[in-house]
Design a protein around this ligand. Structure first.
Ligand SMILES: *[C@@H]1O[C@H](CO)[C@@H](O)[C@H](O)[C@H]1NC(C)=O
Ligand SMILES: *[C@@H]1O[C@H](CO)[C@@H](O)[C@H](O)[C@H]1NC(C)=O
Ligand SMILES: *[C@@H]1O[C@H](CO)[C@@H](O)[C@H](O)[C@H]1NC(C)=O
Ligand SMILES: *[C@@H]1O[C@H](CO)[C@@H](O)[C@H](O)[C@H]1NC(C)=O
Length: 960
């Protein structure tokens, strides 16, 4: 100590505030000593430098004069006592970052009064405005050292603190372990219950300390710890600095129940067996004044017997550190049993057991929890007062309850606090078997939390008492509909009038190796309309690992017969479809392989009144805005060909259209189909088709579904037999509507590789290349009735001029005034060039005629000449007129194009078809249908098909 005093420079004050002039005495009076003669009191450091300065005439106007002061306060309590020091005023110079002008040092771990403070552990240095937290000495001595070089003369500068000596017994937590400063053994044979205070609680606990507490009970006992206060320096999530570690056994090799730090509220811990080891380790962390903990302990054999509760079941485990909390985990679609403690005997009072039930959850698995009670007899009300069985929403189960939390929020609340948990269902009393209150209760997700709690026991002397329940884990397919089969099979039945079904877990990826069956069942006299909202399966169209199959179900003699409609894989988006005529059930199979996964599909269905005929025999009817159309067409000698046209063509088709056509050729003939024009929503590639909104299906055709705007996928098709069936469907919602399609059919005999002489007759024509034998009436009808596999338009080839006209007059007949003219600028240019070519040709003819005329003039045949001139003139005039119109149109088009460029880019460019009208071919009159289309093209307005028209002359609209 003397060393410290040598450091003192006491130049400015030779005397102290009191009266003495003896400088030595002054020094010693700055130090203060307190012992049992003064067991409590107040120490003050009241602006000492200032008072000293004033009393010694030292002028505060000379601040360069410094004081350098050190005062030591020593507290010595009785042998079994501790010193407690509480600051109530604290205002020193400096700040916590920079304590060098003025500060106090606290030494609270001093072994005995003679110990040199230089060699003892510094418990903390304080300055500025933040007072030290309460201090309690580790033993019976504490020292406080004040250093000051401050010239602060403010009124309230300084500190004051209260000290007292308190009994130290409460810090003796049990039998001390020899050789350890802070090691205790707490034995149940000594005390069944007690309280442990951390060393120096509630004063700041010492740094770099290690305390251990070993609790030892009798074999059948378990130990309960309850921390009523807990404040340990928080150094991070895993408590790398200060911590309390609780081992579930008697050594640090036992499993750790918890390692904790920070602030904890009402922490409760139960041992699994009859021993517990607690380590309290502190370091020297950053400045903080944590106080430690108070821990109540209790040894008892009344705590729940875990082994009995778990009953040795796989997947049912005790949550370490709790009295009776249980985790039930699925081992994929397993079943488990849980019960109240001591079941079937009476459960203990003041017990809360939480059952946390986890189904599988992951990429491949998703499960639901199904909880079913076998019995509940949780007597909560006074048995004498018990009235009716409480209902599920009756939350008043005051002294014992079974609570079920299925919603995420309630589950979290139940797991985080046991005090004011809210359950989705609360049950108590004896519930009769067969009551719906016994369940089953199904979780929303893969988790469920159940709690059993009691604050009191009542025993009605009827066994069993408590509860017993079965927990079942069931795969959650995320599919609505009635589940069929066992809970783990993906089989669902639908019979509502509208609805949807989807791949398992849609819109999340579907699991691997899964088979699902969807039964869509309508009543007789109904039909099912199916269309898809989403479709994306893993794999490619060739391997088809994952697929969806759509079947029509027929019942014949009580026997079910399935007919495959179509199988879809990968990105082949299914088109709308309707159950087959005579079937009122659809079955859809979905299979996923083991290689990849994707979003899957979502399909919508609608059950409606069934159509009256498989293929309309003339009658068309509207049903809830939907179009039913089509017809049976019999080919005859008079009518060996015709057209099949989608409703409203070439204006927009509607949504919810269902057309069926059936073409019957005569015996020995086949039907040749040629797509003249197709403009249907959707897209086709060589490997797949996406005909979500509208689809054309041709029985026996190489591809099951056609749509899009590219004709090359369906140029021609020759039926195998003498009949062919075509259908066209559009989805019942959100259909944009494009032009539709125009399909020509021709009754043909295929003679390739056969005797061609069969076709040698005036009424027949043998196509040169395709070797199809067609009716000679079809020559020069404006349609290529020959082309099949090979390019063959020999039936239309008669003179170069006709071909020329056919190609070059196209532009004139494209429908100039049409308001919806969709040809590309390139094609426009081509048309213009063609137009000029034609005009040049006509002008040439005209000149030729003039020339011939002038020749003829000499022979005197003037009438021929005049006629030629007249004809030529008219032609040139018409030609000029059309060119003028064309120019106007082009200008208008350009203007509007600039306005709506983006809109147009989205549209499929119109593919210019060969004109259907060839007025010059053999000067034959065109067929009625083709002339109608010329007419429509010319006006650009085709009214929607009038229904009475269809009814009256149905064939006229769909055939020629
Ligand atoms: C606490 O400190 C003691 C002594 O340093 C050490 O043996 C023990 O393993 C520590 N306990 C923990 C849980 O870190
Ligand atoms: C249950 O706890 C209450 C309140 O804490 C207490 O009064 C009662 O005696 C306890 N019952 C038993 C059986 O320990
Ligand atoms: C799914 O069905 C296919 C064909 O019926 C069968 O081979 C496969 O084993 C089934 N997979 C599962 C997981 O049931
Ligand atoms: C077509 O022929 C079948 C029999 O061959 C006949 O029953 C049907 O009435 C005919 N349909 C038309 C529209 O002529």
């Amino acid at each position: 100590m003397k060393m410290h005093f040598l450091q003192l420079l006491l130049v400015p004050f030779i005397t102290n505030t009191v009266t003495s002039l003896d400088s030595r005495k002054t020094i010693f009076q700055c130090d203060q000593h307190f012992d049992e003669s003064q067991p409590e009191g107040i120490i003050n450091f009241p602006s000492l430098p200032k008072q000293l300065a004033i009393s010694h005439g030292i002028n505060s106007s000379k601040p360069e004069l410094r004081y350098n002061l050190q005062c030591v306060y020593t507290f010595v309590a009785g042998p079994r006592q501790r010193v407690i020091l509480e600051f109530d005023h604290f205002l020193l110079s400096g700040s916590s970052e920079n304590c060098d002008i003025e500060y106090i040092d606290i030494y609270s771990e001093i072994e005995n009064v003679d110990e040199d403070i230089l060699s003892s552990t510094l418990g903390g240095r304080y300055c500025g405005t933040v007072a030290p937290h309460v201090r309690i000495s580790l033993r019976n001595v504490m020292k406080l050292v004040l250093h000051s070089r401050s010239t602060n003369h403010e009124e309230n500068h300084g500190f004051s603190a209260k000290y007292s000596f308190i009994p130290g017994e409460k810090f003796i937590s049990g039998a001390s372990v020899s050789g350890q400063k802070c090691g205790y053994i707490i034995d149940s044979s000594v005390l069944k219950a007690g309280t442990v205070y951390s060393p120096t609680y509630p004063g700041t606990y010492p740094h770099n300390m290690h305390c251990s507490y070993l609790l030892k009970g009798y074999p059948e006992e378990r130990i309960r710890l309850f921390f009523s206060d807990f404040d340990i320096f928080f150094g991070g999530e895993h408590c790398p600095y200060d911590s309390i570690t609780i081992f579930d056994g008697d050594s640090p090799s036992a499993p750790i129940i918890r390692k904790v730090c920070g602030l904890q509220q009402r922490m409760e811990i139960y041992s699994m067996t009859n021993t517990l080891l607690i380590h309290f380790n502190t370091t020297q962390p950053a400045k903080s004044d944590p106080r430690g903990f108070i821990m109540d302990y209790e040894f008892s054999s009344r705590f729940v017997k875990i082994h009995k509760l778990l009953n040795g079941q796989k997947g049912v485990t005790h949550i370490r550190g709790t009295e009776c909390d249980v985790r039930v985990e699925s081992n994929r679609e397993t079943t488990h049993t849980i019960s109240s403690p001591n079941y079937p005997e009476v459960y203990p009072a003041n017990t809360t057991c939480t059952y946390i039930i986890h189904g599988l959850q992951g990429e491949q698995n998703l499960e639901n929890v199904i909880l079913t009670f076998q019995s509940i007899a949780v007597l909560s009300f006074d048995t004498a007062l018990a009235t009716a069985t409480p209902s599920a929403d009756d939350i008043a189960c005051p002294s014992a309850w079974v609570g079920i939390a299925t919603s995420e929020g309630n589950m979290r609340a139940v797991m985080s606090s046991t005090d004011d948990s809210i359950f989705d269902v609360t049950l108590c009393e004896r519930i009769p078997s067969g009551s719906p209150l016994l369940g089953p209760y199904v979780s929303e997700g893969p988790r469920m939390v159940m709690q059993f709690g009691s604050t009191d026991t009542r025993d009605d002397q009827i066994s069993p008492i408590g509860f017993k329940a079965t927990i079942e884990f069931r795969t959650d397919f995320g599919v609505t509909g009635d589940s069929l089969g066992t809970s783990n099979e993906c089989r669902f039945r639908f019979n509502s009038s509208t609805g949807f079904f989807n791949s398992p877990r849609y819109p999340a990826n579907y699991p691997l190796d899964t088979n699902c069956t969807y039964y869509i069942v309508a009543e007789p006299e109904k039909e099912i309309l199916l269309h898809f909202e989403q479709f994306a399966l893993s794999g490619d169209n060739r391997n088809c690992d994952d697929y969806l199959e759509v079947y029509d179900v027929f019942v014949e003699n009580g026997e079910e017969k399935l007919r495959l409609k179509e199988r879809y894989c990968s990105d082949t988006f299914p088109g709308p479809s309707v159950s087959a005529f005579g079937s009122h059930e659809m079955r859809i199979f979905f299979t996923s392989g083991s290689t990849g996964t994707a979003n899957g599909f979502k399909a919508l269905f609608e059950i409606r009144t069934a159509r009256k005929e498989d293929v309309p025999s003339g009658e068309a009817h509207i049903r809830r805005g939907s179009y039913r159309c089509g017809s049976v067409i019999n080919a005859t000698t008079e009518k060996p060909n015709g057209l099949i046209i989608s409703p409203n063509y070439p204006v927009k088709y509607n949504k919810d259209v269902h057309c069926d056509w059936k073409i019957n050729a005569r015996e020995g003939y086949q039907v040749l189909l040629k797509m003249e024009a197709i403009d249907v929503e959707g897209e086709m590639t060589t490997t797949s088709a996406s005909c979500q909104k509208a689809v054309i299906r041709v029985e026996g055709a190489p591809k099951p579904e056609y749509c899009g705007t590219k004709r090359e996928f369906f140029e021609s098709f020759l039926s195998d037999s003498n009949t062919v069936r075509i259908s066209f469907l559009t989805a019942p919602d959100k259909v944009n509507g494009l032009k539709g399609f125009n399909l020509s059919w021709t009754e043909v005999k295929n003679l390739s590789g056969k005797d061609e002489s069969v076709c040698k007759s005036d009424t027949l024509y043998l196509c040169t290349y395709s070797k199809l034998c067609i009716d000679s009436k079809l020559r020069c009808n404006g349609l290529d009735n020959c082309g099949y596999l090979v390019q063959d338009d020999t039936d239309e080839q008669h003179s170069r001029v006709i071909i020329f006209f056919k190609n070059d007059f196209g532009f004139l007949l494209m429908g100039f005034p049409s308001s919806d003219w969709k040809i590309s600028p390139h094609e426009e240019l081509l048309n213009l060039v063609n137009g000029i070519k034609v005009c040049a040709f006509v002008s040439c003819c005209f000149l030729c005629a003039l020339h011939i005329g002038s020749l003829k003039e000499k022979t005197g045949d003037r009438t021929v000449v005049l006629a030629a001139i007249f004809c030529g003139g008219i032609f040139v005039f018409i030609c000029g007129f059309f060119l003028y119109l064309f120019k106007k149109k082009l200008e208008r088009k350009k203007k509007s194009k600039r306005k709506s460029d983006t809109k147009h880019r989205l549209r499929q460019p119109y593919r210019q078809q060969k004109p259907m009208n060839r007025p010059h071919c053999d000067s034959q009159l065109s067929s009625p249908a083709t002339s109608r289309f010329v007419h429509h093209d010319a006006t650009g307005i085709m009214p929607p098909i009038q229904l009475h028209h269809i009814r009256n002359t149905p064939e006229e609209f769909y055939t020629n």
